[in-house]
Design a protein around this ligand. Structure first.
Ligand code: PLP
Length: 399
């Protein structure tokens, strides 16, 4: 007899993207040939930059040559990539992070979820609402019940930012720039969280998958820009949205040495060592070809190309936001993140406004309620589509 993990029964089935797909299909059947503008997707659409492709091609050739062939990659990544990451993403910003604190991986999604392997069962965990659903689902799968999970409400009044917890919390998930609201924390706001975590012995899990989209001067791109963050925070980053790697998979997680968690016997254990052990046991590394591709992102041509792609997405996002605002609707985000968070008119909820937009203009967003109860009354549109689609929507909505 195989026994199932009962925690899987505790997490609601995710109907969000399935339901969106079904509704799009129904609309296509209702109006054959109708063009659907897909602004719900959180996936990039522009191809990989030529400099990245060239690096991949070279690495492919190396794999076919006995002299340069690579077998299993190191579980924490090749030093050539880890060094490039540290130089560009940390040292260049004055952050004190060393090469062996960087763990290269195949996705921020899996790393965020896998980090729960390190949690003892006594933790009280705080998660924003609304937010990227993986945090809550993975914490629940790891066996943390409703009494151990606290929700930090992010509403319009709070600028869609979570308030510091009032009761006891051991682990905090922060996502900035935020999916889905598009808000990004300022240095002072982030410093408050670091201060809170240090004063309370809490651990911050900081997801900055969208840091490359920050355009407002002074908004931190890494939590390690805040003094003291090394003592309380793990950071998750990804090449997915930064460099169009969603289809090739490369990310990294920074676990500073000296960051500790307590066992129930009262010993402090080093999280860096635990994560290294976890990765060595359950993960066999990111392919050499992909790590060479990621390294090329840090070349001057790579940086120029990814910035140009991000500019395309952000121009789309800015126009989407302006379009809704021009109709008198409140819209947020689209400045430091590719997400535009639109308040639905009073007579609708998230889903009925989704239906209305699909029928009326053929545009599909993502209902805000899919990101948590506080997302109700909002809909998320993304800038990841084409400019042609944005112009099409402008034409339809302004007509
Ligand atoms: N973190 C956030 C906040 C995201 O929105 C996403 C993807 O949508 C990810 C992580 C996933 O990143 P990856 O493609 O590296 O798994």
């Amino acid at each position: 007899m195989a026994w199932a993990n009962p925690s899987f029964l505790e997490i609601p089935e995710s109907y969000l993207f399935g339901t969106i797909g079904r509704k799009i299909q129904e609309e296509r059947e209702r109006v054959p040939g109708k063009y659907i503008i897909r602004m719900g997707i959180g996936d990039v659409t522009l191809p990989l930059p030529p400099v990245v492709l060239a690096a991949m091609h070279r690495a492919v050739d190396e794999m076919g040559d006995a002299k340069t062939f690579q077998g299993y990659p190191p579980a924490a990544g090749f030093d050539f990539l880890r060094e490039a990451i540290v130089a560009h993403d940390y040292r260049a910003r004055g952050c004190d992070i060393s090469v062996d604190e960087v763990f290269v991986s195949d996705g921020a999604k899996s790393d965020v979820a896998n980090f729960t392997d390190l949690y003892g069962d006594a933790n009280v965990i705080a998660i924003s609402d609304p937010v990227y659903p993986v945090y809550l689902d993975s914490v629940r799968i790891a066996g943390f019940g409703p009494l151990q999970v606290k929700f930090m409400e992010c509403t319009e009044t709070s600028g869609f930012l979570p308030a510091l917890p009032t009761g006891h919390v051991d682990i905090l998930y922060l996502c900035s720039p935020n999916n889905p609201t598009g808000t990004a924390m300022t240095r002072d706001q982030l410093a408050q969280w670091v201060g809170y975590a240090r004063a309370n012995g809490a651990l911050i899990l900081y997801d900055s998958a969208y840091e490359a989209y920050v355009s407002t001067p002074g908004i931190p791109r890494s939590i390690y820009e805040i003094p003291g963050a090394r003592e309380c925070a793990v950071e998750f980053r990804s090449f997915s949205k930064t460099a169009g790697f969603t289809g090739v998979r490369c990310s990294y997680t920074v676990v500073p040495k000296g960051l500790t968690a307590r066992t129930k016997f009262g010993h402090d254990v080093d999280l860096h060592k635990l994560w290294a052990r976890r990765q060595a046991t359950k993960f066999n590394g990111v392919p050499y070809i992909i790590q060479r591709a990621a390294e090329a992102v840090y070349t001057p041509e790579g940086q120029a190309a990814v910035k140009a792609n991000i500019a395309v997405y952000m121009r789309n996002a800015g126009r989407i936001r302006a379009l809704f605002e021009s109709r008198g609707q409140k819209a947020f985000g689209g400045v430091d993140a590719p997400y535009v968070w639109v308040k639905v008119p009073d007579k609708y909820d998230s889903w009925s406004f989704f239906d209305h937009m699909l029928r009326e203009y053929g545009v599909a967003g993502t209902p805000g309620s899919g990101f948590g109860p506080c997302g109700e009354g909002y809909i998320r549109f993304t800038g990841f589509g084409s400019l042609a689609d944005v112009e099409r929507l402008e034409g339809l909505m302004k007509a």
